[in-house]
Design a protein. Structure first.
Ligand code: ATP
Length: 456
């Protein structure tokens, strides 16, 4: 696996990810997704929707607001409790997450079990030093709420204060009744949502791993109380399959089930799927069995009856929820680490190749006229017919070997070369990115040949 530094350079040079606000000196820990990054991100979201919504007949999609009535966040517990333990080095004024300092010192400890004062004591007793200046001079740990606040309307006063959502899930819970009734959904069913979330993280970092603005792909799966642990296992399995099918290697994944004592008070099972990043295993995807906690707090907070009436058995209950929650950018990072490679070829030449699943490749196909003057017209005709079906790029500059290398580096799955045979026989040479093997395909079959190969 490449280093983080290599990947950052690769992503910038090849148009995947740029530092945010760069020409103004930047804005710490913000990133812009370049033309190829935007396509890759979009393909990741499409694949998630395909597997977790479109191909699962019980599931449906939602697109709820980022801005919600502040009461939603009071009921959900975010206003009071969505916080991390913050400490500040009194010598250099750098701020840190105290639980991360403790975990870095001894990764076997479960920091969720520590109170703030226990964490304070642990840091002093073990002489944990500031990672920035090396001094032992930390201020007492405080709770820091990660909700981004803003104001709605022209007057900046507390009555108008609202929050940017720190997760997409609450938009699903507060629409439970609308969704269930309007679509006459029967339990069990799931509601998926993809969208932006904002957290004022104390220590963002590791490139796009932890940022303050990110996107989530969340599924809230509503089921009958008593069946939730079966559904929890079911979702663990389909999450695993999704990652493996996209090309992440089994040995780079750990499914870390939380022990009973470290479960959140509302959860009866939780599993973090961790990926082996260059800095070690770290959370990629959280799956939690959340009981009826979320619907319960919103029923209480809003005064609306959110009970489900089973039309077949006449049973009335508050559904339980399984929540697999995944960050788009974290998955993108894990996929780039899994795909980015340099290979030495038989002729000792080095090639950079991005072995992305073709469904994720920014471009599925590159159309390349062998000789610009002679084959461009036909090549453009082919390009114009293919772009109606999938994303295609066109390149007529430099020799064909160089053009192949360029496409390999950005993950383009097929290169289609247009030459004299195309003009006389209506055939093209199709080159596979990974094996570099070439096959001759007739023009009339080209579209279906490509579609078959790139499906997910
Ligand atoms: P962490 O422990 O890494 O802070 P979390 O347990 O708070 O994450 P969840 O609240 O469970 O994370 O969020 C679900 C998923 O959303 C995470 O598994 C991750 O993929 C993504 N995610 C959460 N916070 C961020 C962030 N600041 N930047 C990018 N992705 C994030």
């Amino acid at each position: 696996m490449k280093s983080l530094e290599d990947l950052v350079v690769f992503a910038k040079v090849n148009g995947f990810i740029f530092p945010g606000s760069e020409i103004y000196g930047g804005l710490a820990n913000t990133f812009d997704y370049g033309p190829l990054g935007a396509l890759l991100k979009n393909n990741i979201k499409k694949s998630w929707i395909q597997k977790f919504v479109s191909e699962t007949s019980s599931n449906i999609l939602l697109d709820s607001s980022i801005l919600l009535n502040s009461e939603v966040w009071r009921s959900s517990g975010h206003v009071g409790g969505f916080s991390d333990p913050l400490t500040e080095c009194k010598s250099c004024h750098e701020r840190f997450r105290a639980d991360h300092l403790v975990a870095k010192f001894d990764s076997s400890l479960n920091t969720d079990k520590f109170s703030l004062s226990e964490m304070d004591e642990f840091i002093i007793k073990n002489h944990i030093k500031c990672p920035s200046c090396g001094k032992e001079n930390f201020a007492p740990i405080k709770k820091f709420n990660m909700m981004f606040q803003t104001y709605q309307g022209a007057v900046i006063e507390s009555a108008n204060q609202i929050y940017l959502r720190p997760e997409t899930a609450q938009g699903i819970f507060i629409n439970f009744k609308n969704i269930q009734r309007s679509l006459r959904k029967k339990i069990p069913f799931g509601v998926g949502q993809v969208g932006k979330a904002f957290r004022n993280e104390i220590t963002p970092g590791n490139f796009i791993f932890r940022t303050r603005e990110f996107e989530q792909m969340e599924l809230e799966f509503f089921c009958k109380p008593g069946t939730e642990l079966e559904w929890f296992d079911y979702h663990k399995n389909i999450c695993r399959k999704f990652l493996l099918d996209l090309g992440i290697k089994e040995e780079n994944l750990i499914f870390r089930d939380h022990e009973k004592e470290s479960l959140a008070f509302y959860s009866n099972a939780t599993c973090d799927i961790e990926f082996r990043f260059p800095w070690g295993f770290d959370e990629l995807w959280g799956i939690a069995s959340r009981t009826d906690y979320d619907l319960g707090v919103h029923q209480k907070g809003s005064g609306e009856n959110l009970m489900y009436l089973d039309p077949d058995t006449n049973e009335k209950y508050l559904p339980y929820v399984i929540e697999p929650s995944l960050g788009v950018e974290r998955l993108l990072l894990a996929l780039l680490f899994s795909a980015y490679d340099t290979e030495i070829l038989d002729n000792n030449e080095e090639r950079t190749v991005l072995h992305l699943h073709p469904a994720l490749s920014p471009y599925k196909v590159a159309v390349l006229p062998l000789i610009k003057k002679e084959h461009s017209e036909k090549a453009l005709e082919i390009y114009n017919s293919l772009i109606k079906h999938f994303s295609v790029t066109y390149d007529s500059s430099a020799n064909i070997g160089k053009r192949y290398r360029r496409q390999d580096a950005i993950g383009t799955y097929f290169s289609v070369t247009v030459d004299n045979d195309t003009l006389t026989n209506d055939t093209v040479t199709v080159r596979y990115r990974d094996s570099m093997k070439q096959v001759v395909v007739s023009l009339k079959d080209l579209n279906s040949f490509i579609l078959n190969a790139i499906s997910f």
